[in-house]
Design a protein around this ligand. Structure first.
Ligand code: SF4
Ligand code: SF4
Length: 374
């Protein structure tokens, strides 16, 4: 009976992104969540284990099949072992984004045993300590992150390395790929610095690359760098800039979107939110796990229903005129809202590319007419 109801539901809650901790053991200069720096005896709140359990119980009848554990730093959570036990007992899939620093072999093995194909990514922002630690703000975190990767590999993972590309490390993209190869990683993902929270400051102080530079680097990464390594290379620019062959691949690098119609965020302070953007945008927080019923939040939050009704047809600017909007969905509606307080505002990267004459004309509806993608 419950199963039938789940299948009929128009918007199953497929995945919850748990931002488990309000603190983080690093203080990265590009962080879009900007958690509080946690070191020494200092601790900051994290999602209580009992609430985690309760959220999972409520979410399963709504369609939940997987969770993402992120932060802050998920491995900083005082009950991370028990959280992994709950995921295993509930037979959920798991994705984890970690800075790697606290990833012991024991924890890596525990994550590996959680489900059939757990996926872990570790952030490495330079091929040597000086650059990585300049980005991540804590001495010694480079070797600690590499040890975390080594432990994951020993436990049987082929972890993904994530590098956020900026002026300071742009020349280390290939060296980071070589480092990832030597460590036994499975893929390298290059992220853009989003102009959100601390990343916004980097944009304002000129530490980020221009859209023209990012477009050029993206072409090089997707065409040349990916040809000289066996690792999968993912460059996270919007899909109109990708080669046709990668645009619709279903292995996670075809489209920048997050599956917005099927996800919900839970913050370290136990609030429900669109995603981690709730840390900095109170309008995108929808209630509290200790007092609000998840089914009610998922089905009756006005802004969630507005997104379901309006995306992609209400997208404005270049996103509204883009051939890919039905698939890309404006790339990141949380980022778009953060920047403009308008859910339907276009994504900054494509807007800047259009202004610079770099947006591919063959992918603009008003230039070429509607297509099967429009
Ligand atoms: S980017 Fe990740 S590791 Fe760095 S401060 Fe933010 S949450 Fe912590
Ligand atoms: S213009 Fe908007 S919809 Fe099109 S690729 Fe860029 S972000 Fe996506």
């Amino acid at each position: 009976m419950t199963k039938e109801k789940t299948e009929e539901r128009e918007y199953p809650l497929n995945q919850i992104y748990f931002y488990l901790t309000e603190g983080c053991n690093l203080r990265c200069r590009h962080c879009w969540i900007q958690p509080k720096y946690q070191a020494g005896d200092k601790t900051y709140p994290s999602l209580p284990l009992e609430l985690f359990r309760s959220i999972i119980k409520q979410a399963k009848p709504l369609g939940l099949s997987a969770v993402k554990l992120t932060g802050g730093e998920p491995l900083l959570h005082p009950n991370i072992n028990e959280i992994l036990d709950v995921i295993r007992a509930e037979e959920l899939g798991v994705t984890m984004e970690t800075n790697g620093v606290l990833c012991t072999l024991e924890l890596a093995e525990k994550i590996k045993a959680t489900c059939e194909n757990p996926f872990v990514s570790v952030s490495v922002d330079g091929s040597e300590a000086e650059t990585h630690e300049w980005v991540r703000g804590v001495e010694g975190c480079f070797e600690a992150a590499l040890n975390g990767v080594r432990n994951l590999v020993k436990a049987g993972f082929k972890p993904q390395i994530i590098m956020s590309v900026m002026k300071r490390n742009r020349d280390q993209m290939e060296p980071v790929v070589r480092l990832a190869e030597s460590l036994g990683a499975g893929s390298v993902k290059f992220n853009l610095i989003q102009p959100t929270a601390r990343g916004k400051k980097m944009h304002e102080t000129g530490e980020t690359l221009s859209v023209a530079e990012l477009v050029k680097i993206g072409q090089w990464a997707e065409n040349e760098l990916s040809a000289v390594t066996d690792l999968r290379i993912i460059y996270s620019h919007p899909m109109v800039f990708k080669p046709l062959g990668k645009m619709f691949s279903n292995n996670g690098d075809g489209c920048g979107t997050c599956g917005i119609f099927g996800i919900l965020g839970v913050l370290g302070n136990s609030s429900y939110a669109l995603c981690g953007i709730g840390e900095t945008v109170p309008e995108l927080v929808f209630g509290h796990a200790a007092k609000d019923n998840l089914k009610d939040v998922w089905e009756n939050t006005p802004i969630l229903n507005e997104i379901r009704e309006g995306l992609p047809k209400r997208l404005g600017g270049i996103c509204g005129d883009c051939l890919m909007k039905n698939v890309c969905l404006g790339y990141c509606i949380a980022q778009n809202y953060y920047r403009s307080k308008d859910l339907w505002a276009p994504f900054w990267f494509c807007e800047d590319a259009e202004a610079a004459g770099l947006f591919p004309e063959t992918r603009i509806v008003s230039a070429v007419g509607e297509s099967k993608f429009g």
